[in-house]
Design a protein around this ligand. Structure first.
Ligand code: ZN
Length: 145
C-alpha cells in the first residue's frame, strides 16, 4: 500500500513554555482539521521522555530526562488513530555537555521553547490500527512493488 498526497497548508508556530508536545500538536490538528501531516520540531525542553520498542518483548521502554535539553531534531508524522489526530514523533536531544540522546518521543514532555513546522498532506485518510506481526499500531500496508 502506498498513498499519494497533495501538499496542503504549511504552518509555523511556537509552543508555549510548559506545553506537552504531543498534546499541543494533536490539539492544533483537531482545531485546524488537519488529518495527515509531516512534522518537524526544534527547540528545548525542561523534561522529555525517550524510548524504544523492544521487538522481542513487543513493549515500549522509556526513560525520562529532566533538566535543560535541546531538541536537536524531532521529526514525525500525524495521522489518525481511534478517529483522532495522532502524532508519532522521534527526537534527538542534546544536553549541556553536548551529548546526544534519542528515541521514540513519548507524551509528557515539558517544553521550554519550541518551534513547529507542520505540513498538511491531503488525500486519503491514513488510520493506525493494531498490527499483529509487530504489536504496533500501524498504517495499512505494507507497500508492495
Ligand atoms: Zn516511534
Amino acid at each position: 500500500m502506498s498513498a499519494a498526497f497533495k501538499p496542503g497548508r504549511c504552518f509555523l508556530f511556537r509552543l508555549a513554555k510548559g506545553a506537552d508536545i504531543h498534546e499541543r500538536l494533536n490539539a492544533f490538528c483537531r482545531r485546524n482539521k488537519v488529518r495527515c501531516a509531516a512534522i518537524t520540531v526544534i527547540g528545548a525542553t525542561e523534561e522529555v521522555r525517550l524510548g524504544y520498542y523492544d521487538q522481542n518483548r513487543r513493549k515500549y521502554f522509556n526513560r525520562a530526562f529532566k533538566g535543560d535539553m535541546e531538541i536537536l531534531s524531532c521529526v514525525g508524522n500525524l495521522t489518525l488513530k481511534d478517529g483522532e489526530p495522532f502524532a508519532h514523533l522521534h527526537a534527538v536531544m542534546g544536553d549541556s555537555k553536548l551529548r546526544v540522546r534519542g528515541g521514540h518521543l513519548f507524551p509528557g514532555s515539558k517544553v521550554f521553547a519550541a518551534e513547529v513546522y507542520l505540513h498538511e498532506l491531503r488525500g486519503r485518510e491514513l488510520v493506525r490500527r493494531p498490527d499483529l506481526q509487530t504489536g504496533l499500531a500501524l498504517w495499512p500496508g505494507p507497500f508492495k512493488d
